[in-house]
Design a binder for this molecule. Structure first.
Ligand SMILES: N[C@@H](CCC(=O)N[C@@H](CS)C(=O)NCC(=O)O)C(=O)O
Length: 206
């Protein structure tokens, strides 16, 4: 088994869905936290000038979604067959769009756009509620957890901080969140200081 190193900033951000996936799947890794002081130097060594970066033995990967999909293939959480894998990609792409809107809000328009964002949020949550309600397997796709579920978990956790009541009208999403959060490795991780003390975003907004 190769050693895994995840380079990121000392925040949850884009990296947390990777950490949640590795924790739940019992895969050890080392977090390399890059601070503001060392970032200018590290940035120059990064292929696209950004993090996260994954070192998996001699494989160096950038781009969060490439990292997530690589790990999912290794960990066997990319569906049971081609059809499920395609559906997982589709769900994941939808979640990535939600994540992009969230990041835009946090870093570009927190003061001016939060009201509009929260007004529009139920549309996306409603779609996810419907998707989860129609899949009796209890996950986004099929009857086993996939890498897309960890992105959804991270997004639900972030949005609960942004708007604690955001799941009040979505009972299936609420029970999905409770169910995934109570998986033993995730429960222990979410109760740890490593998780609790790590800010969601680098600019202090959440
Ligand atoms: N598409 C890239 C975006 C990466 C990205 O935006 N990284 C941010 C942190 S979340 C970053 O490195 N910011 C510092 C910089 O651009 O100097 C990915 O998903 O990995």
């Amino acid at each position: 088994m190769t050693s895994l190193k995840l380079w990121y900033f000392p925040t949850k951000g884009r990296a947390e869905s990777v950490r949640l996936m590795l924790k739940d799947q019992n895969r050890e890794w080392e977090d390399i936290a890059i601070t503001g002081q060392t970032w200018p130097t590290v940035k120059q060594s990064c292929l696209f000038g950004q993090l996260p970066k994954l070192e998996d033995g001699d494989l160096i990967l950038y781009q969060t979604n490439a990292i997530r999909r690589h790990l999912a293939r290794k960990l066997g959480i990319y569906g049971q067959n081609e059809k499920e894998a395609a559906l997982i990609d589709m769900m994941d792409d939808f979640l990535v769009e939600i994540q992009a809107k969230y990041i835009k809000l946090i870093y570009q328009e927190y003061e001016t756009g939060k009201e509009k964002y929260l007004k529009e949020l139920p549309e996306s949550l409603g779609r996810l509620e419907k998707i989860l309600s129609s899949n009796k397997g209890g996950f986004l796709v099929g009857s086993q957890i996939s890498f897309a579920d960890y992105l959804l978990l991270s997004l639900l956790l972030y949005h609960q901080v942004l708007s604690p009541s955001c799941l009040d009208s979505f009972p299936t999403l609420r029970s999905y969140l409770d169910k995934i959060s109570s998986r033993p490795n995730l429960k222990a991780y979410m109760q740890s200081d490593a998780f609790k003390n790590k800010p969601i975003n680098a600019n202090g907004k959440q």
